[in-house]
Design a protein around this ligand. Structure first.
Ligand code: ASP
Ligand code: MG
Length: 402
């Protein structure tokens, strides 16, 4: 008999009415499929609120205690959702991550799942119960509560689908699937019926915050079909699979706002310097995104790169230290940078896509500050205030609105 894993995001369980709606959907699935395991996030806004309450106490909360605190959010929704199922006459039981031995490493606030002991879940399924598991949390080898990084419930769902050999993994959210562009910006954006893991990975990391990046990586590695759908409608959603639609050319346009650009000026151009700079930044656990180095002039180059805007405060002191050490001239930084990107596996076989993107932005008089590419993506850093214009015109340029 097939087993279904469903995950409901925070906006789907934000209040009592919504929780009851989710319970009715689960019951329907249960009647059809019989075995259902459900992963839920904390009620919408809860994790943010908990996090800010930590910062009201101290600017530097211990990460172990942050995990202890944040894990309580999901405990609210699993218990309430289970009660809602009970009141519909549906047998159900809730579990925290530690209770079902979602074992993780010790990297607090961004832990990785090592294994899941499915014994207890299977026993409850056998008794005919719906099993509700708290997303986003686990327990480390040291028996401490850990969390999996923001949006981590998606990863819990995929990991459970793998461990339980589920027939499918459905991610329920407040949008109807994955779109060719953010529908809030492009009113003609179309829902994609299918998308490949690789495209979805680019989209997740590029700022389309529908699923956590890690969950898609995991789904790809174990070939789990991910079905992204809306909690509030019965539309078919988007299937994330190996192949996707294989649309010719570009599949979607995406953007990521809140980026910061850092330039280290007059960097001595010799072996080992880039390594020294980026190792220092990596040690601070900061992700560097686009990097450009100017041509060397009299043995000196300028090195620019982007990071998440929220990391700027943490990054600058470290970068200033390394700037001094390598005897570069100085550092400048600016916020208000955005990245717009076009993504598509079909780009591989279509020459001239980059040129078309740049011409399109030029026509809109949008200056490109940095460029980076992969096999299936081209990204440009631009001024944040031009994002809407850029996304709209690129969406039109690549014929995505038909
Ligand atoms: N509640 C957590 C968050 O807000 C995990 C999740 O929603 O997936 O990031
Ligand atoms: Mg989420």
């Amino acid at each position: 008999m097939p087993l279904i894993v469903q995950k409901y995001g925070g906006s789907s369980v934000a209040d009592a009415k919504k929780i009851k709606n989710v319970a009715r959907r689960i019951l329907k699935t249960k009647k059809r499929e019989n075995r259902v395991v459900v992963v839920v996030s904390a009620p919408g806004g809860t994790t943010d609120r908990l996090l800010s309450s930590a910062y009201e106490i101290t600017a530097h909360p211990s990460e172990r205690e942050v995990d202890m605190l944040l894990a309580t959010g999901e405990q609210i929704s699993i218990s309430l959702l289970t009660m809602a199922l009970h009141s519909l006459g549906c047998p159900a039981i809730s579990f925290t991550g530690p209770q079902v031995r979602i074992l993780t490493d010790m990297a607090h606030t961004k832990a990785r799942i090592l294994s899941i002991d499915t014994k207890r879940i299977k026993a409850e399924l056998k008794k005919g119960k719906v099993v509700i598991v708290a997303g986003f949390q686990g327990i480390s080898q040291e028996e401490d509560i850990t969390t999996l990084g923001r949006g981590g419930s998606d990863t819990t769902a995929v990991a459970l689908a793998i461990s339980l050999k589920a027939a499918s993994c459905e991610i329920y959210t407040d949008v109807e699937g994955i779109y060719t562009a953010d529908p809030r910006i492009v009113s003609f954006a179309k829902r994609l019926k299918k998308i490949s893991y690789d495209e979805m990975l680019e989209l997740s990391s590029l700022g389309a915050k529908v699923t956590q990046l890690r969950s898609v990586e995991l789904a790809k590695r174990y070939n789990v079909r991910l079905h992204v759908r809306s909690t509030f409608s019965n539309k078919e959603g988007t299937m994330i699979t190996e192949k996707g639609l294989e649309a010719p050319g570009v599949s979607g346009v995406t953007y990521d706002k809140d980026q910061a650009k850092i330039t280290i000026q007059s960097v001595p151009d010799r072996p080992g310097i880039a390594s020294a700079i980026f190792n220092k930044i990596a040690k601070e656990n900061i992700n560097v995104d686009m990097i450009i180095q100017s041509a060397s002039l009299k043995g000196l180059t300028d090195l620019s790169f982007t990071i998440a805007g929220t990391d700027l405060k943490k990054a600058l002191p470290a970068i200033k230290v390394i700037t001094k050490r390598i005897k570069a001239k100085g550092v400048t930084s600016s916020k208000g940078v955005a990245k717009v990107s076009i993504v598509g596996v079909g780009m591989r076989s279509y020459p001239g896509v980059a040129a078309r993107m740049f011409s399109c932005l030029a026509k809109e008089r949008i200056n490109i500050e940095m460029i980076s590419t992969s096999e299936i993506k081209i990204s440009c850093a631009i001024d944040e205030k031009n994002v809407r214009k850029a996304v709209k015109s690129l969406h039109r340029e690549f014929g995505l609105e038909k």
